[in-house]
Design a protein around this ligand. Structure first.
Ligand SMILES: *Cc1c(COP(=O)(O)O)cnc(C)c1O
Length: 463
């Protein structure tokens, strides 16, 4: 007689039900569940995700960079619960509500400023990051239409940049894996070299690399006089592009070039915003104010989807007219959802009451100390940090000219190795990174460092 098969655990049952009906994002579904584990999560607590069998996973990537203060943070949860008993949703066309107004006031009060520029003055809501990017692109384009500058139709984006998955956002993105199939559907953006310090020549400093890339941006403006409506970039840190970092001087140069050529600067701080790179917004590190600032992800502390696009009075004024066509008619059903705005307001309260940015400075210092020894690993090409983000770039024998080929699946192997040890690392190709919720304690970071080392060993063992 055959032995009974091992009984299914609760997690097994959820996996079965899931795979029967769900299609997951950013996933080759064929890899589930054998090559790529599927982990049903029952609840979250601080930096931990907990599955149905009680196994705990340290969320070292903040659930796709959204979570700020830990899972199920009670103050944000309570704010949403309270708001749900007052007003859950109302269309924001023709109607208004306190959370949307109060959040706009507070975002404008903390937004980056720059001496000599009128501050950001208006907030437009959308309901996810990509939608926020669409808003910013359409606004910039439409502004020039309204002004009669009809040939300003082109966007400049950076090589290796990422701005989301909708078609407009993909058009200004430069990550082939996400973009290539859809290329025939995309509008033609102009791509400028990335200021990425990892691409510096031997002996070239990060600042020199940034200046060189800015010179190329200047060339692009020269070749397309009066055609460019905006430059869009991720300030300081190209996240999806492999946590690549650049010197803030690039932002100053880009700001000046946009001004000199009458184009807008769009800062996509969807991932870098809300303290990730050490300052509340990455633009602050360059002392630069963009004309359009895109926020999402951490905006609600990681609780609910919401995006905000902040812009200037001057841009806004160009849409005021007797004609509806000059108006910005873009809308989403859930524009400015009250629950999401309440979560964002609670998030901003926590920044104030817990002095988050100051606390993060010491956490980042612990991360720096734990990451430093990795530089000596034989397959390490680069260890870099921007505030609460640390990245480890693997290459064969640590030589950046011999990256591991995609077929080696270094990222997948590191991912599964870490997951087995109870840590969620979700590498970007050959780049492992730490982007933990801000509530991590030293003990969590110790576990993270040990697990990262083990994952690197596993992933590179036979590669
Ligand atoms: C994640 C991300 C987006 C897209 O946000 P979604 O909410 O995932 O659509 C846009 N820009 C940057 C820089 C991002 O990291």
């Amino acid at each position: 007689m055959l032995a009974d098969p091992a009984p299914l655990t609760l997690a097994d049952r959820w996996r079965q039900r899931d795979l029967a009906v769900l299609w997951h994002p950013c996933t080759q579904m064929r890899e589930h569940p054998d090559t790529l584990p599927l982990v049903p999560i029952a609840r979250g607590e601080g930096p931990w995700l907990i599955d149905h069998d009680g196994r705990r996973y340290l969320d070292a990537v903040s659930s796709w960079w959204t979570n700020l203060f830990g899972h199920a943070e009670p103050r944000i949860g309570a704010a949403i619960a309270h708001q749900a008993t007052q007003l859950e949703q109302v269309m924001l066309a023709g109607f208004s509500h306190e959370p949307a107004v109060a959040l706009a006031e507070r975002l404008l009060a903390i937004a980056p400023r720059q001496p000599g520029r009128d501050p950001l003055a208006k907030v437009f809501y959308a309901d996810n990051g990509s939608a926020g990017v669409e808003v910013a692109l359409k606004m910039a384009f439409h502004y020039f239409r309204n002004r009669g500058e009809m040939h300003r139709t082109r966007f400049v984006a950076l090589e290796n940049g990422y701005h989301g998955e909708t078609l407009g956002a993909l058009s200004v993105g430069d990550i082939p894996l996400y973009r290539r199939v859809y290329a025939p559907l995309l509008t033609e953006a102009l791509f400028a070299p990335s200021p990425d310090a990892y691409l510096a020549e031997p002996g070239q400093s990060a600042a020199q690399r940034a200046h060189e890339a800015a010179d190329r941006l200047a060339d692009l403006f020269d070749r397309h006089p009066g055609e460019i409506c905006a430059v869009i970039l991720e300030p300081r840190l190209q996240c999806a592009g492999g946590m690549r970092m650049h010197d803030p001087v690039y932002l100053q140069r880009a700001r000046a070039l946009c001004d000199a050529n009458g184009a807008f600067l769009i800062a996509d701080e969807i991932a870098t915003g809300f303290g990730r790179t050490g300052t509340l917004f990455a633009c602050e590190q360059a002392g630069v104010m963009p004309d359009l600032l895109c926020l999402s992800k951490g905006l609600t502390g990681g609780f609910l989807p919401l995006a905000a696009v902040l812009t200037t009075q001057a841009l806004y004024d160009a849409f005021l007219d007797d004609s509806r066509e000059r108006a910005f008619l873009h809308s989403h059903s859930y524009t400015g959802n009250p629950l999401a705005c309440a979560a964002a307001l609670a998030t901003l309260d926590i920044f104030a009451t817990d002095d988050v940015i100051a606390r993060n400075r010491s956490t980042a210092e612990v991360m720096r100390r734990l990451a430093a020894p990795f530089a000596d690993h034989p397959h390490m090409a680069d260890v870099r940090q921007a505030g609460m983000v640390v990245a480890f770039e693997l290459a064969r024998n640590g030589d950046r000219h011999t990256p591991f080929p995609a077929e080696a699946r270094i990222g997948l192997r590191a991912y599964t190795a870490a997951l087995k040890r109870g840590v969620v690392l979700r590498p970007l190709g050959n780049v492992l990174y730490w982007m933990p919720p801000y509530c991590v304690e030293d003990e969590h970071l110790d576990l993270l460092a040990q697990t990262t080392l083990a994952a690197i060993e596993d992933a590179t063992a036979c590669a």
